[in-house]
Design a protein around this ligand. Sequence first.
Ligand code: BTN
Length: 259
Amino acid sequence: MSLVGAPDRLVLLADPAVRSAIAGEFGREVEYYAATGSTQDRARQLADAGHPGALIVAEEQSSGRGRQGRSWVAQPGTSLLASWLFRPLPADPALFALLSGVAIARALTDLGIPEARLKWPNDVQLGGKKVAGVLADAVTGANGGALVLGIGVNVHQRDLGELSGTATSLAREARAADRLALLARIDRELRRVASDSDERRVFLEEWRLRSSTLGREVEVRSAGAAVRGFARSIADDGALVLETASGSHRVLAGEVFVA
Ligand code: BTN
């Protein structure tokens, strides 16, 4: 693609020799698509077929999926769109998705963008707007449990169109990054958090420090229900703990709105 401001080497993954070298480094097979339906769906296919592990990357998705049944839309070549298949299941899917936000924030820090904040459960923010999201799909079946983890990072977008009130990109808030370098750093952090429960505790502590949710009056909406309260803490399983008028309340899923 033509780039504004930063070299971008993600297209190198189109070369099978590069993919094979990177697969050795990442410890999982890598697939790269100029265009596909959804990397999440492709990783899910591999999971259902019993594949031991994979990383699927695309420049463009025609049916990208977001949390809570939403779609994930990105202009071709603008974003990091990737799904990892982890087998066995590295941790509880909701907790792992939450900690993946820390993996993204750390990767950005490594690329000179240290200021990312985390909105419960899985959003990464810059300047108060969403720059990345995480989707976790647990897979069960004859081949044992697995996790398909999808990450979308807005990188090169100059204009977020109708989403510009709530979404942003690295190029808009900080600087455009090389998506291959970003991918490598996210993968390194995900491997770290997948392999070690002590690391998960460290990541969870970092989540708390980077949180834009804790310490605020919020409303969490999920499946037609809403709970209002003061966002007191994150439990060790990733649940958001609210102080409500009727006492302490654990929330496991939903969308946070500042009240
Ligand atoms: C969210 O709603 O915040 C989660 C967004 C996850 C989007 C990524 S892009 C790569 C992968 N493929 C998909 O279809 N979705 C995820």
